[in-house]
Ligand binder design. Structure first.
Ligand SMILES: N[C@@H](CCC(=O)N[C@@H](CS)C(=O)NCC(=O)O)C(=O)O
Length: 222
């Protein structure tokens, strides 16, 4: 049975924008593992209830079901040890947690209020009420107010990107000479942004744009 990945989709089923699902699509490519994706919408909770939780990514690999991107990455690393490593040695794996936590605690929150209004417009109509209710409750501000305040969120994004720009100014990838899971994590966050918002948060000649193309190219995803 072919591996299956439940992957967040918009109204257009081919529009796949989840930062956490992108991590896993790159991790599967890194391990040279083929898979089919199943488009999933925020309100399709029943479809993934078998995984014991309500978020994507969810990976089905033979008889094994794994959810949560970090757990999926660790599962792939231990199940396919003969394929290229996602983390490197134990020290590198530990340092990858700093990258994950920086992305989730600094970079992604800085991007969120810029992206939510753009995502809202692209969602399947059946998802829009749920998305509005959950996101407005989480942020204490309406989607429309976020959109109106958009420019006030730009400085925090640039501040969050500074460590990444400095790093990529001196090396090709976050993990060094080739991409690894630390790159997949940050790529997922920035792909989430570049797919959903028309706002240019970095230019075509920015080191970030160069690195994003290089990550895709490394996996023949360009
Ligand atoms: N910690 C989880 C987070 C996954 C997550 O938040 N996924 C979002 C899509 S990007 C989701 O499924 N949200 C469902 C919802 O908000 O109801 C992971 O790393 O996989």
């Amino acid at each position: 049975m072919k591996r299956k990945l439940y992957d967040l989709a918009a109204a257009d089923p081919s529009f796949r924008f989840s930062p956490y699902c992108w991590r896993i699509k790159l991790a599967l490519a890194h391990k040279n593992l083929s898979y089919d994706t199943i488009p999933w919408r925020f309100t399709d909770k029943e479809a993934i209830a078998f995984s014991g939780q309500d978020k994507v990514p969810v990976l089905l690999d033979g008889k094994t079901t794994v959810s949560d991107s970090q757990k999926i990455a660790e599962y792939l690393e231990s199940t396919y040890p003969n394929e290229a490593s996602l983390f490197g040695d134990a020290q590198a794996q530990a340092i990858t947690m700093l990258v994950k936590n920086w992305s989730e605690a600094s970079l992604q929150p800085a991007l969120t209020k810029i992206l939510l209004p753009a995502i809202f417009k692209r969602l399947a109509p059946k998802d829009q009420d749920y998305f509005r209710a959950t996101r407005e409750a989480a942020h204490g501000i309406s989607i429309e107010a976020m959109e109106a305040a958009q420019e006030s969120y730009f400085p925090a994004v640039q501040a969050a990107l500074e460590p990444l720009r400095r790093t990529l100014g001196g090396q090709d990838f976050i993990a060094g000479i080739a991409p690894a899971y630390a790159d997949h994590i940050v790529f997922g966050a920035l792909q989430w942004a570049s797919l959903t918002t028309p706002v240019a948060l970095w230019g075509a000649d920015d080191v970030i744009a160069r690195w994003m193309s290089a990550v895709l190219e490394a996996y023949d995803l360009n």
